[in-house]
Design a protein around this ligand. Structure first.
Ligand SMILES: *[C@@H]1O[C@H](CO)[C@@H](O)[C@H](O)[C@H]1NC(C)=O
Ligand SMILES: *[C@@H]1O[C@H](CO)[C@@H](O)[C@H](O)[C@H]1NC(C)=O
Ligand SMILES: *[C@@H]1O[C@H](CO)[C@@H](O)[C@H](O)[C@H]1NC(C)=O
Ligand SMILES: *[C@@H]1O[C@H](CO)[C@@H](O)[C@H](O)[C@H]1NC(C)=O
Ligand SMILES: *[C@@H]1O[C@H](CO)[C@@H](O)[C@H](O)[C@H]1NC(C)=O
Length: 881
């Protein structure tokens, strides 16, 4: 999963040192109409998903005919048809019209009685992961002991047989022996389709569907084999290496929604969701999404409806943990959908070299030892003597004239910095080096992109660099690169992965809900990528959890349970982890949800608690302070529990002294414990009965300005435990403070010209000639806090609101320090949607005159009808000539 991708406005690059998010100023973004559903995400211009108000199939064609008749130049067609009880509609493409006609065409669609809603089509990014290329399976790298999957296989003889898990992803190499070797009835990959074809991208929607979801993009295409990796995690099996997926006898379905490269559109996701539902999948697994915690958009609606029909939908929480709080993305935030966090595998496959002297060399001063590295280029490193690249230079190898002649036929040790990795390699290769070892100036080994390096290279940590320099000074130092990867215990094993996105949802629901293993996961790759390899991401944790659901459904047999109940049962018995392996304090539910899935207990334990998670919300009202949990004993003996409050670390989202309300990236742990008052500390639950426990929070007494996010687990400790009843935990969290007091804008928005660097103050008049694009006024704005809407009002010279200068500023995520979404930029086209539309709800040009922008941004959890719940900014005068 990746950030929303961004267009770069080249003109800004010169003046401003950051990359910006540009809202496309298309006609569709400027509509005010009750049937038009705002997206708040990057939209694909001219494309819409239309939902009809009845079950008729021919509305799409009727619409096309009437648009063609009314607008002669319209190039209009139906892209996808969704004739389905869950969603009856079409996706629609309108081209060839000028902006006014485009708006009028859209209005005539919106005005049809048969049309219930119109959604803009939005981009869905290709999931990004961190691939390692590793050959051959290592059975001990499998994480199944951490999740009790091994016990379910062995003791319950349950391998998920008969359960169909549907996956939406990049396709699958089903010819891989571990994935069944074929496609169709009787094969492991029994259902699915290629919905789009190799060449499809959302920008260039050439759709060539294929009957099977085969990924044969080839190594040179740049494809990562994401879908094949995900599928292997759920259901791969290879007796020759003992590689076993979570549910190795489950049946898989794959709907390929990405081409070999690029992004997809949510119209394709909707189509694939409905196809997978119709194919009779028991579970749907989506390792994709964006970084916005709002759950608007048509694919969220469809996912929610599928869950309501009884099919669990499991979605990755996102990989933006490094960017702090509020980074869990949609559609994992949709109601009923399960949002999955990632834990690191206990073991990691690493590449290593051995450091030694030369046995032929009598002055061998050190005994051999091994060091881990990250490969930087496609070729394998040759073994050889290691020497300093430029002992009389900076050590960085950036000045070819300073490179030591001694590197000839040897490996060169170079410091990171100043010039590119390629330049370093080129410089030492010129002097005859056969390989390069680049050490970090400060920190761990790192990934290197080296497209033009003539020799292979690897990276090591700054500590290793210092050590190797010491060895070279002592005597001849020889590196031997191990052919096979080594399985080593990981220092972060069994804790939340650092990349895993942090909750909560913007409306303070607990997200993520549950965790699977997503850090350093070994699985299948397409044969064109070497058949096997490790990847990391919530993309990997998601199929892991989907696989455990297959085991759970298999254990249920003919009995039916609602997705909500199943999610709760998995949450009830999850493993809760400390925030690091050398501390006792538990990690926050905002990172781990209910914890790491423990599937044997979820299947075998027959006490159930509902709800299985609590949000105490913020402290602005007392409404959410008390929750009632219901404990139901489906077993045969009475169980007594002691109820305790197991406090987790709290999260400080902001550093008010240093950076104000700019979220700290990544978040910082602090101690701040809530007290819980429970209606009874001991509860006795006889067989086939339920008991209720009321839990009331007394939040920690931290400064409400800090907005500390506290948390913990209501722990039900099983007493007098003759029947091996397990403890049950219910995660909770809350915020000390009022979310409505969080500022929305970082500083204020800025009015700027096309350079992006000439900022106009309140007293400076901006002159705009709508006929000359170079005079366009731009607004630069950075959101510290997500906002559900910005009303971008246009004021006339008397400061009277005459309408809206920009639309489409709804459901915006917060910005992060990541250059890719550091700031938003939007240009004004000189049009506005009048406040009192006489006939059309669409934009019209402003007459010449002097205007101002007034932006009113709704505070988080603010009431849209209350004036004081908005943050307001006003620009200086803009003279339209
Ligand atoms: C696979 O597992 C079995 C049973 O544990 C063992 O006997 C066999 O040697 C393993 N095979 C490989 C290739 O590791
Ligand atoms: C580096 O400098 C030392 C003296 O400071 C000199 O002896 C040696 O030859 C120099 N090496 C190179 C490669 O220039
Ligand atoms: C938190 O409170 C706000 C109102 O202040 C409400 O809109 C929101 O739904 C609540 N969230 C949860 C999870 O209760
Ligand atoms: C809190 O939970 C952890 C993890 O399950 C457990 O080790 C610890 O004993 C619990 N704390 C208390 C006070 O029971
Ligand atoms: C802008 O003009 C007003 C009124 O003329 C004046 O009071 C104010 O100081 C000016 N502000 C700036 C920043 O120049």
């Amino acid at each position: 999963m990746k950030k929303r991708s961004l267009s770069i406005l080249p003109l800004f690059a010169a003046g401003v040192c950051f990359v910006v998010l540009v809202f496309s100023g298309t006609a569709s973004a400027r509509i005010h109409h009750p049937k038009y559903k705002k997206a708040g995400r990057e939209i694909i211009p001219g494309q819409y998903v239309i939902e009809f108000s009845d079950g008729q199939t021919n509305h799409g064609d009727t619409l096309v005919r009437s648009i063609r008749k009314e607008f002669k130049h319209a190039d209009v067609k139906v892209k996808e048809k969704y004739h389905h009880s869950l969603f009856n509609g079409v996706s629609f493409d309108i081209k060839g019209l000028n902006e006014d006609d485009h708006q009028n065409a859209l209005k005539s669609i919106l005005d049809q009685a048969s049309v219930a809603s119109v959604y803009p089509v939005t981009y869905i990014d290709r999931p990004a992961t961190q691939p390692f290329s590793v050959k051959a399976g290592e059975p001990s790298i499998l994480p199944h002991a951490m999740t009790q999957v091994d016990r379910v296989h062995k003791e319950l003889k349950n391998t998920g047989k008969g359960i169909v898990v549907g996956i939406l992803d990049t396709g699958i190499d089903y010819k891989h022996p571990a994935l069944g070797g074929g496609f169709g009835p009787g094969y492991k990959v029994a259902v699915g389709a290629d919905v789009v074809g190799d060449d499809y991208t959302a920008e260039n929607p050439v759709i060539k569907p294929n009957p099977t979801p085969l990924d044969e993009c080839g190594a040179s295409s740049g494809a990562t084999g994401h879908g094949t990796h995900v599928a292997g995690i759920i259901g791969g099996y290879d007796p020759s290496t003992n590689f076993t997926g979570v549910a190795p006898d489950a049946t898989l379905g794959m709907w390929r929604v990405f081409g070999c490269n690029g992004r997809t559109g949510n119209d394709i996701i909707i189509k694939a969701l409905l196809m997978a539902y119709d194919a009779g999948c028991d579970i749907l697994s989506l390792s994709l999404g964006d970084n916005s915690g709002w759950s608007e958009g048509a694919e969220n609606v469809v996912a929610e409806r599928i869950v309501k029909k009884g099919v669990p939908v499991i979605v990755a929480a996102g990989n933006d943990g490094a960017s702090g709080v509020f980074t869990v993305g949609s559609p994992s935030t949709a109601p009923g959908v399960m949002s999955v966090a990632s834990f690191d595998n206990a073991y990691i496959l690493v590449k290593q070299f051995t450091v030694g002297g030369d046995s032929a060399n009598p002055i061998l001063t050190h005994s051999d030892y091994s060091i881990g590295y990250i490969p930087g280029s496609k070729e394998t490193m040759p073994d050889g003597e290691l020497v300093l690249a430029d002992p009389n230079g900076s050590g960085e190898g950036c000045d070819a004239s300073k490179v030591s002649a001694d590197v000839k036929g040897k490996l060169a040790l170079i410091k990171r910095g100043t010039c590119t990795f390629d330049e370093k390699a080129i410089n030492v290769a010129k002097a005859g080096a056969i390989g390069a070892v680049i050490y970090n100036s400060d920190g761990d080994a790192f990934g290197m992109s080296m497209p033009t390096a003539p020799i292979p290279a690897v990276s090591v940590s700054s500590g290793t660099g210092a050590k190797l320099i010491g060895e070279i000074k002592k005597g001849k130092t020889v590196l031997t690169f191990k052919k096979k990867d080594t399985v080593l215990p990981s220092s972060t094993g069994n804790t939340v992965s650092s990349f895993s996105s942090v909750g909560a949802s913007y409306e303070l629901h607990l997200r993520p809900n549950l965790a699977g293993i997503g850090g350093n996961v070994f699985s299948t790759l397409p044969r064109y990528l070497g058949s096997w390899g490790s990847m990391s991401g919530t993309s990997m944790a998601t199929p892991y959890v989907s696989g455990t659901l297959a085991l759970y459904l298999n254990a249920l047999g003919k009995k039916k349970q609602k997705p909500e109940y199943i999610t709760e049962q998995l949450q009830n018995y999850a493993y809760i982890a400390p925030y690091a392996n050398d501390v006792k304090e538990l990690d926050s539910p905002l990172r781990q949800g209910a914890g790491l899935v423990q599937i044997y207990d979820a299947i075998k334990q027959d006490v159930h608690i509902s709800p299985a998670q609590i949000s105490f919300n913020d402290t602005s009202s007392s409404r959410y302070k008390t929750h009632t949990l219901t404990i139901t004993n489906h077993g045969h003996s009475t169980i007594t529990y002691q109820v305790i409050n197991n406090v987790s670390t709290a999260i400080a989202p902001y550093d008010l002294k240093k950076s104000g309300y700019a979220p700290v990236e990544p978040t910082v742990n602090v101690k701040a414990a809530a007290k819980l008052r429970v209606s009874s500390n001991h509860i006795r639950v006889p067989p086939r009965s339920s008991k209720k426990v009321r839990v009331t929070v007394i939040p920690p007494r931290t400064d409400p300005k800090e907005h500390i996010m506290y948390g913990g687990f209501v722990q039900f400790k099983a007493l007098h435990n003759r029947h091996n009843n397990k403890d049950i935990t219910v995660p909770y969290f809350g915020v000390v403070g009022d979310q409505r007091e969080l500022p929305i804008f970082d500083d204020s928005p800025y009015l700027s010209d096309i350079t992006g660097s000439n900022i106009y103050g309140k007293n400076e008049t901006f002159v705009f000639d709508p006929k000359d694009e170079n005079t366009t006024p731009y607004i630069l704005f950075r959101l510290l806090t997500p906002t559900a809407r910005i009303d971008a009002e246009l004021l006339d010279h008397k400061n009277k609101v005459i309408g809206y200068a920009f639309n489409g500023l709804e459901y915006l995520p917060r910005n992060t320090m990541n250059p890719e979404n550091y700031m938003n930029v939007i240009g004004w086209s000189g049009t506005y949607v009048p406040k009192h539309p006489s006939n059309a709800p669409f934009a019209v040009p402003v007459p010449p005159g002097t205007y101002r922008f007034r932006w009113r941004a709704l505070k988080l959890l603010g009431n849209p009808h209350k004036h004081r719940d908005y943050e307001v900014w006003e620009s200086g005068p803009i003279k339209v000539v």
